[in-house]
Design a protein around this ligand. Structure first.
Ligand code: SF4
Length: 292
């Protein structure tokens, strides 16, 4: 297989082969991320993709799912993705579901009609690392788009019938913008129709501009308890129907709960976690993390 640089498998995806179609990230500027810092962006040559599909066809010919990988492989223009879909079906005729990570702005270069075609060919779900719906926070972390873009591009996905996940990055606004980040993200997420809302907690990794800002006193990280309070505020204001995934809060694991039916129970669990937090233990868990 032609795997290069950083490989990321969505841990919540059922086991399925990974097909790399891009390397690195088209943006590579988010202030909290080092994942693809040393991997220049490029699209994988079609010959590589074809060779990898032939290899997958040898060891897993009946696979019904594929994860297309790269930081944001959905950036590819429609024509290229369409060619890749046809190639997938040539070598793996049973594939019905292709999933991949995407930036919100990856959707911009495709019409709703083109998105519908990709969906019919199996590109049925994308994982949007949205992080925030608050414009000041989005600007501060150099995410490269605004709340309006999130809503507009998600509407196109809705119209095309492509399912999407949305991620809220807890803590990324620091103390300075924490409340706005929680409330405005919930507002924007609630205007969309994500099948899954995931929340991950910010860890300041060496080499990130955000850590440098924290060291200079320009960004004030949240304590673990403040992270939970921010997450609770986000959930209090969230109204969309979705499944919830919270993969960072060891004291309040809410993963897999459906929303908003379980909202009251979820908020109770959050409050319990806030009241009983072991700050030192949670901080130790975070300090042992080596990547997002
Ligand atoms: S968070 Fe995603 S979009 Fe931002 S630099 Fe990292 S991989 Fe690229």
């Amino acid at each position: 297989m032609h795997y290069t640089g950083t490989l990321y498998r969505n841990p919540y995806e059922p086991q399925s082969p990974l097909l790399e179609i891009t390397q690195g990230c088209t943006h590579n500027k988010c202030k909290f991320c080092t994942m693809y810092k040393d991997v220049p962006f490029r699209m994988s040559p079609l010959e590589w993709i074809e060779e990898d599909l032939q290899e997958i066809a040898m060891f897993d010919p009946g696979t019904e799912r594929l994860q297309l990988i790269g930081a944001d492989p959905f950036c590819m223009e429609f024509k290229k993705l369409d060619i890749i879909c046809d190639m997938v079906h040539k070598y793996l005729p049973k594939v019905a579901v292709m999933t991949m990570a995407a930036r919100v702005d990856n959707v911009k270069n495709k019409t709703v009609g083109q998105l519908k075609t990709l969906k019919e060919k199996g590109m049925v779900e994308v994982n949007l690392g949205v992080e925030s719906g608050d414009d000041r926070t989005l600007d501060r972390i150099q995410k490269g788009y605004h709340a309006r873009d999130i809503i507009e591009q998600c509407r196109k996905l809705d119209e095309a019938g492509i399912r999407y996940w949305m991620t809220f990055l807890n803590g990324v606004a620091g103390k300075e913008l924490s409340h706005e980040h929680a409330v405005n993200s919930a507002k924007v997420f609630s205007e969309c129709h994500p099948v899954v809302v995931g929340t991950g907690g910010l860890t300041l990794f060496p080499g990130t501009p955000l850590l440098d800002e924290a060291n200079r006193g320009e960004f004030t990280p949240l304590s673990e308890k403040e992270m939970l309070i921010e997450q609770k505020t986000f959930l209090e204001n969230l109204t969309c129907e979705c499944t919830l995934i919270t993969h960072h809060t060891v004291t309040a694991n809410l993963t897999g709960m459906s929303f908003p039916e379980n909202k009251e129970l979820i908020l109770k669990k959050m409050q319990h976690a806030i009241d009983n937090i072991d700050e030192e233990r949670m901080a130790a868990v975070r300090n042992n993390k080596t990547h997002l």
